[in-house]
Structure formats: C-alpha cells, structure tokens
Design a protein around this ligand. Structure first.
Ligand code: C2E
Ligand code: CA
Ligand code: CA
Ligand code: CA
Length: 278
C-alpha cells in the first residue's frame, strides 16, 4: 500500500485500475477526434420573448465516441482543456457554426445570429481574436452575426488580460454574452468592467421560478440589473408556457429552451426554420 497522506492508505484496487485504463482510452479517442475533426454541432434556436420570432441559434458541440455512444460536452470539454486540445476543439466548433450560419444566410435567413461557447482556456490564447476574424472572413460573415458566450470564471484568474482579449474580440463587432449568470461568484462591480452585451440567466433559476420565491426574486433582480447596465437578457432552459409567460411579464428579451426547440442537427434546424429541403 502507498501512503497518501495523514492516516490514509490506498491499496491496489482493480476498480481504480479500470478507471485509469478508461481514462487513457478516452484520451486517445479524444485526441483522434480532434485530429480527424469528428465533432458535430447541434443548434438550439433563440427566440424573441414577446413575438417568438427566431433571432438565432446557440451552437452546442456533440461527440460520438468510436464505440457508438454520445458523450455529453461536460464529460469531455474539461478533459480537452486539461490535454491542451480545447483551442483546436473551439476552433473546429467556430468553423462549423460559422459555415452553417453562412449557408442559412444565403438561403434567405440573413437576419439570424450564431452564439458559440468559449472556454476560459481559449481566452488565454493571444491568437484568438485573429482566429475569430479569419473564420468570419472565410465564411463571409460580419462580426455582428456572432456572439461568444463566456462564463463568470473566464476572467477571474487574470482579469487584466481577459478584459483586453474581450475588448479585442468586441472590436471585431462580435457580441459577448455572460453565460450561466447567477451560478458563479462574480461581483456586480466586476460584471460592469467586462465589455458585455448580453446576460444569460441560468436555467436553474428559470426552472424553479414559479415554485421558489427566491428564484423568482433572482430572475426579477437580474433582469432589472442587466437592463440598468444596458444588457440584453436571455433566459435559458425555458420548458413551459408558464415560465415563458412569467419571463415575458418581467421584461426578459430573449428565450431559449425545450419549449421552443431542443438542440437540432443543422439540417433539422433548417427545416424547423421554414420548410427548406433537408
Ligand atoms: P450551456 O452553454 O449552458 O448550454 C445550455 C445547455 O442546456 C445545453 O446542454 C442544452 O442542450 C441544455 N438545454 C437547452 N434547453 C434546455 C431546456 O429547456 N431544459 C434543459 N434541462 N436543458 C436545456 P449541452 O448541450 O449538454 O451542453 C452543456 C454545456 O457544455 C454547455 O452549457 C456549455 O457550457 C458546454 N458546451 C457545449 N458546447 C460547447 C462548445 O462548443 N465549447 C465549449 N467550450 N463548451 C461547450
Ligand atoms: Ca452557453
Ligand atoms: Ca448557459
Ligand atoms: Ca450551463
């Protein structure tokens, strides 16, 4: 047995061995997926809260493991970050999302925008703004067609550099959204320092807003705060008509959730948009 620390011993354990082997296999599969560009992207509509008109989509990465089952993003994105693969993964998602959007624009949906999630690690890459500019240019898209979603943790480690990077991205016309708002630990003062355009209210508050007065209060206060700061509010995880009606009554601007559509493959999304051939 190996001594791990004060009073704790870890003996050889076949289950632990299994975990290590599985992780190594997962690493190999992930590296292969990056090298061979095996990721897919699904798209979930964002709709105007009042009129339900479609404003755009959020791009959500999908990965089918070589053994056939689909792996949830939260089960491989952290590993991609750890392995130093996230910049490549992020670039592939951005390229797929922008080429899909460019196609929809050509097919008559020129008003639609695209939101893409950005990992905190990607923001440390000094080449990121140039990479974004190149992908927009290659696909003939204006910066204003793209929104990048960041989480509160993004800029916590190195605020100076993060804010600088975000400002470079903003200079391309790209909009910035604070994702999962309310779940992190950022102060209001800090939020104000970031060059944001949009605040996305986390779905945990939306889902309990009708039954939990605290969550309703958080939604009300967050929408008020966001509007005071000149930000657009997007509510995520809207699943019921009652949630939608409540959010509309609070002045929420944009909604996203299963009530309108689940995330769909590109071709299914095109059909959902209006009778285009798959
Ligand atoms: P997120 O950015 O908060 O994305 C929203 C998640 O909520 C998605 O899960 C979406 O499928 C799910 N969702 C949408 N509407 C509803 C609803 O009405 N009810 C419920 N219960 N869920 C809903 P998904 O696709 O599993 O993604 C999970 C997370 O993985 C994302 O959370 C995001 O943080 C991360 N992620 C996804 N794609 C990417 C990517 O390309 N890059 C990076 N860095 N992260 C990504
Ligand atoms: Ca997001
Ligand atoms: Ca979110
Ligand atoms: Ca989330």
């Amino acid at each position: 047995a190996k001594q791990m620390g004060k009073g704790t011993y870890r003996c050889f354990d076949p289950a632990m061995m299994e975990v290590a082997t599985q992780r190594a296999a997962m690493e190999r599969a992930l590296k292969e997926a990056v090298a061979c560009k095996r990721f897919e992207v699904h798209y979930q509509p964002l709709v105007d809260c009042r009129s339900r008109a479609v404003l755009g989509c959020e791009a959500l990465i999908r990965w089918q493991h070589p053994d056939g089952h689909w792996i949830a993003p939260l089960d491989f994105i952290p590993l991609a970050e750890e392995l130093g693969l996230i910049n490549q993964v992020g670039e592939q998602v951005l390229q797929l999302a922008c080429s899909a959007l460019a196609q929809w624009h050509r097919e008559g949906h020129a008003h639609l925008g695209m939101s893409v999630n950005l990992s905190a690690v990607q923001l440390r890459n000094p080449l990121l703004p140039e990479q974004i500019a190149d992908i927009l240019h290659m696909n003939g898209l204006p910066g204003t067609a793209l929104t990048l979603e960041i989480t509160e943790s993004v800029a916590m480690q190195d605020p100076q550099t993060s804010i600088h990077r975000l400002e470079q991205i903003r200079a391309l016309g790209v909009r910035l959204a604070m994702d999962d708002f309310g779940t992190g630990y950022s102060s209001l003062a800090y939020l104000q320092r970031l060059p944001l355009n949009i605040l996305k209210l986390d779905r945990s508050f939306v889902q309990e807003m009708e039954t939990n007065p605290n969550d309703a209060a958080i939604c009300t206060a967050s929408i008020g705060l966001a509007h005071h700061l000149g930000l657009i509010v997007v509510a995520e995880g809207v699943e019921t008509e009652a949630q939608h009606a409540f959010l509309d009554s609070l002045g929420c601007d944009v909604c996203q959730g299963y009530l309108f559509s689940r995330p769909l493959p590109g071709d299914a999304l095109r059909q959902w948009l209006g009778g285009l051939p798959g």
